[in-house]
Design a protein around this ligand. Structure first.
Ligand code: ZN
Length: 205
């Protein structure tokens, strides 16, 4: 893995570091990192990797390019390495498969190969599939799933007296979340928030 210090991750590094005769351009460093990560994970295909603003990574199957947010260049520890591995896993197949089960398996197989499955924790906050892949890979201390306290169709009345209906439920990092609807409104909310703010009322059936 490349040693990337905060010195060469400043905003000016986005343009280039050609003022320093010995310096390698940021794009070259990204390319080298992508190549290192790919060979560690056993991924054959290494597309171009470019920096962009913001955080996180993305893979464009149309342009066949990975972009990595400059804020992840300054992230602590192994975050950048993981972001590149995640996007490389997307790039190994044609088209847009999204975060399918096959995607998570490919990524976790790659991480296992290099003994770094635990890096998948970087996606625990966002992706339910990451939690499943971590469990299937035998990782310990994976956050557990909590059961849902409410059902789809249940009515909830908030403190202002607005009546909401649960029309969807899902989990983020194992925690129950809901999509609620009131006339003209949609609201995504964590179950914990509902338990704090609402007076739940069962739908009469
Ligand atoms: Zn992704």
């Amino acid at each position: 893995m490349l040693a990337l210090t905060s010195k060469n991750m400043s905003r000016s590094a986005l343009k280039s570091s050609e003022t320093d005769g010995a310096a390698v351009s940021l794009n070259e460093k990204l390319a080298e990192l992508a190549s290192d990560v790919a060979s560690a994970c056993g991924f054959d295909y290494v597309p171009a990797v470019l920096p962009r603003r913001g955080r996180g990574g993305d893979w464009s199957p149309e342009q066949r390019v990975i972009r990595v947010g400059i804020r992840d260049w300054t992230a602590a520890g192994d975050r950048l390495w993981y972001v590149v591995a995640h996007e490389l896993a997307h790039a190994q197949v044609d088209g847009r498969e999204g975060h399918s089960r096959a995607f998570w398996r490919r990524l976790s197989d790659g991480l296992c190969r290099t003994g770094r499955l635990e890096l998948i924790r970087h996606d625990f906050g966002y992706r339910e599939g990451a939690l499943r892949a971590a469990r299937e890979g035998g990782l310990v201390d994976v956050p557990g799933q909590r059961e849902f306290a409410f059902e789809i169709g249940d009515n909830l009345v908030d403190r202002d007296g607005t009546r909401w209906v649960i029309n969807r439920r899902f989990r983020r990092a194992g925690r129950p979340q809901y999509s609620l609807e009131a006339p003209g409104w949609t609201w995504r909310v964590q179950e914990e928030e509902i338990l704090r703010q609402f007076k739940p009322r069962r739908k009469s059936r």
